[in-house]
Write a protein that binds this ligand. Structure first.
Ligand code: 13P
Length: 252
């Protein structure tokens, strides 16, 4: 039985004071998380403080990107070794904003996914189609290609531990959510693809999140679908109140 994973992706938002206030509130009020995981993916400068503040709680802290090398002459980059050392547990990889603005490719996402596992971090691998691709009926093929490339060379055990986030690009930050049926159809296809490259048993274990304008008002409907095991949330994860409501929905 898969648990729901609710992850907030703050993107480039908040100050350290705001980040600390948020996490104090969440740690104080978070419900018992038995069947759900709650993760806050924050900008690099806040990670150390957030990890410290969540010690002894069930809330986990993730990064929004990383380099695939352990160390070296890569000015401005952050390595998996650094994240692990801080106590970060998860890392978002291949977000569409990184693919669009920072030249992230399927190849670099694959290298980063391997690096995450080599250092005991759980990757949250993002895939999703543009509006043009959806309108041209290319969604399934595009997402299939992204998944196959991202997971290439991983062991079945690693694939089983990977969190996949299906985020249709046209639904991110636009207020347009994919209907729960459409989102589930793609998540179900992703599970089949994972089954083809590994095994059905592995595919059955993989957590597949939906992301794109998820909010307290639509999260129940999305989580009720057979192949949606959580949400990767931008805008509605930035305020503690709203994030807590999403986490609460994940525990039902
Ligand atoms: P929104 O929830 O703001 O649409 O963002 C989704 C997202 O990109 C999460 O990674």
């Amino acid at each position: 039985m898969r648990s729901n994973v609710i992850a907030g992706n703050w993107k480039m938002n908040k100050t350290l004071t705001e980040a600390n206030d948020f996490i104090d509130e969440v740690v104080k009020t978070a419900p018992q998380l038995e069947k759900t995981e709650a993760i806050v993916c924050a900008p690099f400068p806040f990670l150390a403080s957030l990890v410290e503040k969540t010690k002894g709680s069930q809330v986990k802290i993730g990064a929004q990107n990383m380099h695939f090398e352990d160390s070296g002459a890569f000015t401005g980059e952050v390595s998996p070794v650094m994240l692990k050392d801080l106590g970060v547990t998860h890392v978002v990889l291949g977000h569409s904003e990184r693919r669009e603005h920072f030249a992230e490719t399927d190849e670099s996402v694959n290298k980063k996914t391997h690096a995450a596992f080599n250092h005991g971090l759980t990757p949250i691998v993002c895939v999703g189609e543009t509006l043009e691709q959806r309108e041209a009926n290319e969604t399934m093929q595009h997402v299939e290609n992204q998944i196959k490339k991202a997971l290439d060379g991983l062991t079945d055990e690693q694939v089983a531990k990977t969190v996949i986030a299906y985020e249709p690009i046209w639904a991110i930050g636009t207020g347009k959510t994919a209907s729960s049926k459409d989102a589930n159809e793609v998540c179900s296809h992703i599970r089949q693809v994972v089954g083809k490259v590994t095994s059905e048993a592995t595919a059955d274990k993989v957590v597949i999140q939906y992301g794109g304008s998820v909010k307290p008002a639509n999260v129940d409907e999305l989580l009720a679908e057979s192949d949606i095991d959580g949400a990767l949330v931008g805008g509605a994860s930035v305020e503690a109140d709203s994030f807590l409501q999403l986490v609460e929905a994940g525990t039902k």
